[in-house]
Design a protein around this ligand. Structure first.
Ligand SMILES: [Zn+2]
Ligand SMILES: [Zn+2]
Length: 227
């Protein structure tokens, strides 16, 4: 078996992949924040990844994955999302907390266990938060928009809660309690540019979300779908 990348290296690759996939620049400063690490540790690790030809850093200081880095990141990300599905839908662990458990387990999966798990789960196309498994991006609807671009009165169905939001357990619990999970429908009650908030209403009650969270929630307009 080919020697596995260290856990730290895998973590960095997955985080860079996650930022780039959600259209955000992967910069050292973002990694410091997201990995809750010190700038010097992040810089040292990035130099290692660069030396091992897993990343390149462009003029704008944005980190890009090389083809080998991308391959490793995709493999780990696939394992992460499969494990989340298993924890949530098979073991019945709460939707809001599977991310951090998957985070611990994903590094220990051998390729054989990963394949058997995928078969056992029926080859899920996304994690329980709606993020597609690598290579399954076409599974997101073409007419998907982000919640901050919807207007008062729109009826929306949640498609995906961006992986970047999964890092906050309290926020995920709030979203789960308010039914802001894939497949559930909500009415946009208010959208206020001055306070930069969106208010949703559903059978789970009302929820006020700031734009910077709403922009990380993918939805489809169900009024349009049904008209
Ligand atoms: Zn996750
Ligand atoms: Zn997830």
């Amino acid at each position: 078996m080919k020697e596995r990348a260290s856990i730290v290296v895998e973590e960095y690759l997955r985080m860079i992949y996650s930022l780039v996939s959600s259209g955000r620049p992967a910069k050292a400063v973002n990694l410091v924040k997201r990995l809750k690490s010190s700038p010097s540790t992040v810089h040292a690790t990035l130099s290692r990844l660069h030396r091992d030809e897993l990343i390149t850093i462009c003029d704008k200081k944005e980190i890009e994955l090389t083809s080998e880095g991308l391959l490793l990141a995709e493999r780990l990300t696939r394992r992460h999302r499969l494990v989340e599905d298993f924890l949530c839908n098979t073991l019945g662990i709460s939707w809001h907390e599977v991310h951090e458990h998957a985070h611990m387990m994903e590094h220990g999966l051998t390729p054989l266990v990963e394949e058997k798990l995928a078969v056992f789960l029926g080859f899920p196309k996304s994690c329980p938060h709606g993020t597609p498994l690598p290579g399954e991006d076409s599974h997101l609807p073409d007419d998907m928009r982000h919640l901050d671009s919807m207007e008062a009165g729109d009826m929306v169905e949640i498609v995906v809660v961006d992986e970047l939001l999964e890092e906050s357990l309290d926020l995920m619990k709030f979203l789960q309690d308010k039914g802001i999970v894939p497949g559930r429908q909500h009415r946009v009650l208010e959208k206020t540019d001055v306070t930069k908030t969106v208010v949703l209403e559903s059978e789970s009650g009302q929820a006020t979300l700031p734009f910077d969270i709403a922009e990380k929630i993918g939805v489809i307009n169900v009024d349009l779908t049904h008209s």
